[in-house]
Design a protein around this ligand. Structure first.
Ligand code: TYD
Ligand code: MG
Length: 457
């Protein structure tokens, strides 16, 4: 048995002996024993010995030959967009998400479309048997059924299969399920995952095989264990949403071949994931127009998205009262509540507060503040808000950041947000560009008589 090291399963810090608490990140009980990788003997940091190595001639970047990127379209427009226009040959893409979110469904569907377009593909299933994958493919249709599959967890066998088959695009489901026999750690441990991804990357680059690696997400929402994977791969896509809800979003956290601003919206149906190209119209049509409901003009990447924010304010029985946030950041909710209390005369300290973005969508931008504040005020005062509009029944739309001194702050792309709202008859939009300069003024105008506020029964 060779030398062993203790590697942190959170941050991959290596230590020659075991610690209860990782010296790298401070996480408790995270060190696991692994076989130390073989290292070339170090020559010491100050050594200038170059041995037999020859110096290279640097070349100007403009003289470097770069073949034009020809991407493979997955046939799923929302996925292509998030990838930056399709899959780049030889690239390594990590798709993360919690169990049951639809990772196997989307990758299976993409392979089916690629196969139908004449690409050679391969699905490597480490988690499910071929029969289980077939059952899923039956729901997805004939294209998904045409995908060749191997159900295997041994990394060497998978690599040998890839070398023999040389598919253009391959899915490995999942990176945590594969196992390198040369290492002692359990499948899914940092060492194993790093080894699996590293060796797959080598084959991917050498043979120009695009590999979609499926990865699980931990309870905390990080891509499981290995942050190490994130800098190894070319793209990291994160699948989000709640399993019980139908809407899912796919966003790029890292993309060497495209923007990380793009977001795809999907809906889980009986026959697989369906793209929601016009998500705004759905969310606006579903908006309840009841007290506590406001439409938020959010930006998802370069695309405006209208979503409904709902708030419920109820007398609390407990101290401290409940603060529940779904789809927005808890800390931003705390900030909005504090500003409402301090600068807008709406103290909710004795009430339970629930805020949720409907459809299971997650909005991670400060532009959500104003809509959250208006929804809270509308819920607390039990007044339903509407923007008037031609029929007088359109829900109220808003966006803007709320500052700590109660002022409304500008956010990116105001014109696009307003234009999207106008498309659905939501006009005017309460925003930092309007007459209201402070949250207090925005509340007064939205809840006051100038808008069509109706006292709820
Ligand atoms: P799956 O892709 O297996 O999730 P993951 O690989 O991320 O763990 O599928 C997730 C869920 O979606 C599963 O509970 C069943 C459901 N589902 C549908 O509702 N419709 C479908 O057509 C398919 C294939 C799955
Ligand atoms: Mg799966």
């Amino acid at each position: 048995m060779g030398r062993t090291v203790f590697t942190c399963s959170q941050c991959a810090h290596e230590s020659p002996k075991w610690h209860g608490r990782c010296p790298g990140c401070g996480e408790w009980n995270a060190l696991v024993e692994e076989r130390a990788p073989e290292r070339a003997r170090s020559v010491g940091p100050r050594s200038t010995r170059t041995g037999s190595a020859r110096a290279l001639h640097p070349i100007r970047l403009s003289d470097v030959q770069a073949p034009a990127l020809v991407r493979h379209s997955t046939g799923i427009a929302e996925l292509d967009r998030v990838l930056g226009g399709g899959i780049v040959p030889g690239s390594l893409v990590l798709i993360g998400g919690s169990p049951g979110i639809g990772k196997s469904t989307i990758t299976g569907g993409a392979l089916g479309n690629l196969a139908a377009a004449g690409r050679s593909v391969l699905y490597v299933s480490g988690e499910e048997s071929a029969a289980q994958v077939r059952l899923r493919a039956e729901r997805l249709g004939a294209r998904a059924l045409s995908v060749p599959i191997v159900a295997e967890t041994d990394l060497d066998t998978v690599i040998a299969t890839l070398e023999a088959e040389r598919p253009e695009v391959c899915v490995v489901d999942s990176v945590q399920a594969l196992y390198a026999g040369s290492l002692s750690g359990a499948p899914g441990s940092v060492g194993q995952v790093r080894e699996v991804a590293g060796r797959l990357m080598r084959v991917a680059k050498e043979r120009a095989i695009a590999v979609l690696l499926v990865g699980h997400v931990t309870k905390e929402g990080a891509l499981a264990g290995p942050r190490v994977l994130e800098h190894l791969v070319d793209c990291v896509l994160q699948f989000e949403g709640e399993r019980e809800r139908t809407y899912r979003t796919l966003r790029a956290l890292k993309n060497r071949f495209g923007s990380t601003n793009e977001v795809g919206v999907f809906e889980m149906r009986d026959h697989g994931l369906v793209e929601v190209a016009d998500a705004s119209s759905r969310f606006v049509a579903e908006a309840t127009r009841a007290p506590g409901s406001v439409v938020m003009c959010a930006m998802e990447g370069s695309r405006p998205l209208l979503v409904e924010v709902q708030a419920l304010v109820a007398p609390s029985e407990i101290v401290p009262p409940r603060r529940v946030a779904n789809g927005i950041d808890r800390n931003r909710l705390a900030l909005v509540l504090a500003v409402l209390a301090r600068h807008a005369g709406l103290a909710l300290g004795g009430s339970d507060v629930f805020v949720s973005v409907t459809g299971g969508v997650r909005i991670d931008e400060p532009g959500a503040d104003l809509a959250v504040a208006l929804a809270l005020a509308s819920a607390a005062r039990r007044v339903s808000l509407s923007s008037g509009g031609p029929s007088g029944r359109a829900p109220l739309a808003a966006f803007g950041e709320v500052g700590l001194t109660g002022e409304l702050r500008h956010v990116a792309h105001p014109e696009r947000r307003v234009a999207e709202a106008a498309k659905f008859g939501l006009d005017p939009v309460v925003s930092p560009g309007g007459e209201a300069r402070t949250l207090r003024a925005a509340l007064a105008s939205a809840l006051g008589s100038r808008t069509h506020a109706a006292r709820a029964a």
